[in-house]
Write a protein that binds this ligand. Sequence first.
Ligand code: PEP
Ligand code: MN
Length: 369
Amino acid sequence: MSSKIEITNIADWGFDFNTNPIIAGPCSAESQEQIIKIAEGMKGAKPDIFRAGIWKPRTRPGTFEGIGKEGLGWLQAAREILEIPVTVEVANAKHVEEALEAGIEILWIGARTTVNPFSVQEICDALQGVDIPVLVKNPINPDLALWLGAMERLNKVGITKLGAIHRGFSSTIKTKFRNNPEWGYALRLKEELPELPIICDPSHICGNREMIQEISQKALNLGLDGLMIETHHDPDNAWSDAKQQITPDALHELMNNLVIRESVEARPELQSDIERLRQNVDHVDEQIIELLSQRFDYIKSIGDYKRENNLAVFQKDRWEKVTKGRVDMGKTKGLSEKFMMAFLDAIHEEAVKLQEDRIKLDTKDKVKV
Ligand code: PEP
Ligand code: MN
């Protein structure tokens, strides 16, 4: 899925961000007093960007749906207290116009909006010709194309100061997370667009305060670029997402506890050690590929034999025995059952396909292996 998106490096966005920028602030703006209390409380932690939701996409009606336009003015106070830019979520053209009019420096698109190309396009049309950074949360369902698609639409109207926010994905499978962190999707995005800053939102991933530190660290360990953390002076009484917000003091502590991982490129003196270690891995990979190729050659010979003797490709008993034996062998070598099963399934799928191809051949067409 290759994507051509032009991205302005975050260092050139015109702000003075730390290496791993932290976005912090309440889920929702509730009152001017609340915004001031939170901003004052965050003077010690000193995040890079202040966030607050003004228009809230709530799952059910009848809950607090955001203070609306009035809240935009309150953010001025946070900007002055912390001397950092502010960001709000926009979900339609009217939000964009009002946010721009109020001088909001950075916009973000929420997960419920990224899923809808009509809404994303409406936002893009309102942004035509405007040079403002836009952060795009992942869509609620694990679909990389939708996430990329939203950024492509923004790019088409000239937005190149782009960032992605990984806030986890909905799933029918109940886990300890509110939204499952499918890290693979974030990493694939990184692979696809290495310049794109990816911010992790552990608040919406976890859905509770207890796991936020661990998930924040995990995100940085994986090479994600920054964090968005919901912060409130009185989390238990927050008007939305009460369980997952932390106090400004807890934010400060969390930031102090973070171990910042540098990219290998930033540490040239370690380059040769890393190179040597990587060479070992390259060498083993070459051997694995060579052995897999040999294994599949044997499989093809078995396929020919089965064809000549009219035998079925899939022999259930044999495969069960192979799986069990290999999984046990893997365990003695420290390889998890989950990994071994996934590995064996991939091998088996390919082997069955190769044998089916052989069975289809006429004896006269038999290819020597
Ligand atoms: C939010 O950031 O408060 C929010 C509504 O998040 P999401 O779009 O990730 O659900
Ligand atoms: Mn929230």
